[in-house]
Design a protein around this ligand. Structure first.
Ligand SMILES: [Fe+2]
Ligand SMILES: [Fe+2]
Length: 366
């Protein structure tokens, strides 16, 4: 079990009136929110730049630097995380609202504040902040993976589309309608490009080897699944509310498992393999098959389809193959639409040119 961390963002309360500030901080603390406070815009700005908070509730009217001016100053920053800015005001009317929005405020709280409304608005703020974190984490990890993986960015782009199509189709089937929801579909689209993130931990002489891997080398190559899993699991443990990291971890760990238990790293069988891994396995292999590699031409859709059907029940989950067969037109469309040039300067995948397609598949998309 993962340790449950305090996931709530720290809120900075900015008010020159110490009584108002203490009142608001008190209410926030009762909601379980960690607060810090500043009595001037300058003090607040310093705390923001130090990364002490991601949510600010600032009084509008303060001497020297007003709430609006503070907000504008925060928005002019080039670096740093996005700060969700709420203006606290007793001023009413559209003009002030527009002024606040123009300055970059995200929301307004009118004084005297209603604790329930404050609570709800704070939840919105926390959601926005966590969304930004999510995009950022996944983007940085995907870029890292891309820099070490000889497969191209276009591969990642296509396989996330294929994964989404498969998940969307399965969601319409009675067996999966209570398992796959919109969040699952979004999350698989978001995190499937991280499937090979663990390749960052594979030595260059193996990852970039321009030839067939020896069996010892292949054993090391296989570790990209557990390296990826451990990395993402550590991220998930640090942020257990980020469910998408659990999905990313499971994909990294299970995308080379095979339905009959002959895959790696754990030899999981059938539904022991997380559903996301079963989906990504097909998406990944289809793209590897239909893409030109230095050792082979791209297989046609029909040839790839034949290989996938041959792998039904052995390599692939029959339900996922069924989804593929129902959505093959979408696969062709995606492939045609996102078919970038795939330079692949090195042969990271240990398959000789002469092998027949079913054997070739065994080595594809390590
Ligand atoms: Fe891949
Ligand atoms: Fe892989």
């Amino acid at each position: 079990m993962h340790q449950q961390n305090d996931q709530r963002a720290t809120v900075l309360v900015v008010d020159d009136d110490i009584c108002c500030s203490e009142l608001l901080c008190g209410v926030l603390r009762e909601m379980g929110v960690h607060t810090i406070s500043a009595q001037s815009g300058a003090e607040a700005y310093e705390l923001i730049c130090q990364g002490e908070c991601r949510i600010v509730i600032s009084d509008w009217q303060m001497p020297e630097m007003t709430g609006i001016e503070l907000c504008e100053k925060v928005r002019r920053r080039q670096l740093g995380d996005y700060v969700y800015f709420m203006l606290l005001t007793s001023l009413h009317g559209r003009t002030n609202l527009v002024r606040g929005l123009q300055a970059g405020a995200d929301d307004f709280i009118t004084k005297p504040f209603d604790p329930y409304e404050l609570h709800v608005r704070l939840r919105v703020a926390e959601r926005i902040v966590s969304l930004e974190n999510r995009g950022l984490i996944v983007f940085s990890l995907a870029k890292l993976a891309e820099s070490r993986d000889p497969e191209t960015g276009a591969h990642l782009e296509r396989m996330r589309e294929y994964s989404r199509v498969l998940a969307q189709y399965l969601a319409t089937q009675p067996k999966y309608e209570h398992i796959i929801d919109a969040d699952f579909i979004r999350a698989i689209y978001l995190t499937s490009p991280l499937h090979d993130i663990g390749k960052v931990g594979i030595p260059d002489n193996i990852l970039l080897k321009p030839g067939r891997l020896t069996s010892e080398e292949f054993e090391i190559m296989k570790q990209h699944t557990t390296i990826g899993c451990n990395t993402l699991d550590a991220a998930y443990a640090a942020c257990p509310s980020a469910e998408y990291l659990r999905l990313a971890r499971d994909i990294a760990n299970s995308h080379h498992e095979k339905y009959d238990g002959s895959g790696y790293p754990n030899g999981l069988k059938g539904t022991e393999i997380p559903l996301c891994g079963r989906i990504v396995a097909l998406a990944d292999v289809y793209d590897a098959l239909t893409t030109k590699r230095v050792y082979k031409d791209a297989f046609s859709h029909e040839a790839a389809k034949k290989i996938i059907i041959e792998g039904l029940g052995s390599h692939f989950d029959p339900d996922v193959v069924d989804a593929f067969l129902h959505k093959e037109d979408r696969f062709i469309q995606i492939k045609n639409c996102l078919d970038g040039e795939d330079p692949l300067p090195v042969n990271a995948i240990p398959v000789p040119m002469s092998v027949s397609p079913p054997v070739a598949m065994a080595g594809l998309s390590t």
